[in-house]
Design a protein around this ligand. Structure first.
Ligand SMILES: NC(=O)c1ccc[n+]([C@@H]2O[C@H](COP(=O)([O-])OP(=O)(O)OC[C@H]3O[C@@H](n4cnc5c(N)ncnc54)[C@H](O)[C@@H]3O)[C@@H](O)[C@H]2O)c1
Ligand SMILES: O=C(O)C[C@H](O)C(=O)O
Length: 329
């Protein structure tokens, strides 16, 4: 007997990430090749015509797993009974802007949406915020949802997986090892240039990647800035922010969360106090997923260099948290 459909709400459905994301969800790449899905697409009133166009294309793919779709500009409708919410819709960063510039512009969106999710979605809904600044937007949505109750506050995530994947590709190129051989990567902190991509634990076919590379100057002066500023480099090159790679990372995050991970994965999750990160801060941690649940990997040694980097990215998140405090009163 076929499974009951899962409801996936996607905001910013008419945008460029939406265009890379929706077809892959409908083809089963996110929730499994035997899992029917219903897409619940949210965008602004002026984008409804474009959403309809995307829906026409989805229809024209005749995806066997696509069990239904709706388009709406009302968050209460979009999040109704949702199992997964992908919060993509936000104003993207343009040339010369830092992600923090988007805080006020986008903060308002996530208070409304966090409340609407908590009031309408399934109680065990999984929420992934992609729209930037995604850690703090997830923090805002979670805070708004907590006021309502009902949903699980641990299930409001920000997307660090793009940084994780970017780091893997840079490491593969440097070490000469296949990307698929690299295990135990972690990116700590904020999805911003302050993130700390940490390959001290990384292994390739049993070898330590840190020992293979053995180049602290490359780590500090090339690798970390390359991964941290990759989003800006893509904006510079394309004139638009990353879209297909961001959609791919969202698929990776949710797929591993729901179906299980075979390796460590970086997830931006509300801290439970692990590694001294204050509770509730949405922070990139190394996680493992099993039976639909994620768990922060515990007990990793944090050396002085790493602690310095973690402190910096935490400080940025604390500053963002202070900047939005008024919105959450
Ligand atoms: N976390 C990451 O790794 C990552 C990577 C790439 C991009 N992003 C972010 O993702 C977001 C979307 O990027 P994009 O390139 O798809 O942008 P886009 O401008 O192409 O699309 C954004 C869409 O969101 C819609 N939108 C705006 N406000 C909305 C609201 N309140 N409710 C519903 N929809 C709304 C717009 O109408 C538009 O259709 C941006 O914030 C961008 O910075 C994050
Ligand atoms: O950098 C951006 O603004 C887009 C996105 O967050 C990215 O990392 O590509």
């Amino acid at each position: 007997m076929s499974k009951a459909p899962m409801r996936v709400a996607v905001t910013g459905a008419a945008g460029q990430i939406g265009y890379s994301l929706l077809f892959r969800i409908a083809s089963g790449e996110m929730l499994g090749k035997d899992q029917p899905v219903i897409l619940q697409l949210l965008d602004l009133p002026q984008a409804q015509k474009a959403v309809k166009g995307v829906m026409m294309e989805l229809e024209d793919c005749a995806f066997p797993l696509l069990a239904g779709m709706i388009a709406t500009d009302d968050p209460n409708v979009a999040f109704k009974d949702a199992d997964v919410c992908l919060l993509v819709g936000a104003r993207p960063r343009g040339p010369g802007m830092e992600r923090a510039d988007l805080l006020t512009a986008n903060g308002a969106i996530f208070t409304v949406q966090g409340k609407a999710i908590a009031e309408n979605a399934k109680e065990d809904v999984r929420v992934l915020v992609v729209g930037n600044p995604c850690n703090t937007n997830a923090y805002i949505a979670r805070a708004a949802a907590i006021k309502v109750g009902r949903t699980n506050p641990a299930n409001y995530h920000g997307m660090l997986r793009l940084d994780h994947n970017r780091a893997l590709s840079q490491l593969a190129a440097k070490s000469g090892r296949a990307v698929s051989s690299l295990k135990k990567m972690v990116v700590w902190g904020n999805h911003s240039p302050s993130m700390y991509a940490d390959y001290r634990f990384c292994e390739s076919n049993g070898d330590s990647v840190k020992a293979l590379i053995n180049d602290h100057a490359w780590n500090n002066d090339v690798f970390l800035p390359t991964v941290g500023k990759r989003g800006a480099a893509i904006i510079e090159a394309r004139g638009l922010s990353s879209a297909a790679s961001a959609a791919n990372a969202a698929i990776d995050h949710v797929r591993d969360w729901v179906l299980g991970s075979s390796d460590w994965v970086t997830m931006g999750v509300p801290s439970d106090g692990s590694y001294g990160i204050p509770e509730g801060v949405v922070f990139g941690f190394p996680c493992e997923c099993k039976d639909g649940q994620y768990k922060i990997i515990q007990g990793l040694e944090i050396d002085a260099y790493s602690q310095g980097k973690i402190d910096l990215t935490l400080k940025e998140l604390e500053d963002e948290r202070a900047a939005v405090a008024d919105m959450l009163k």
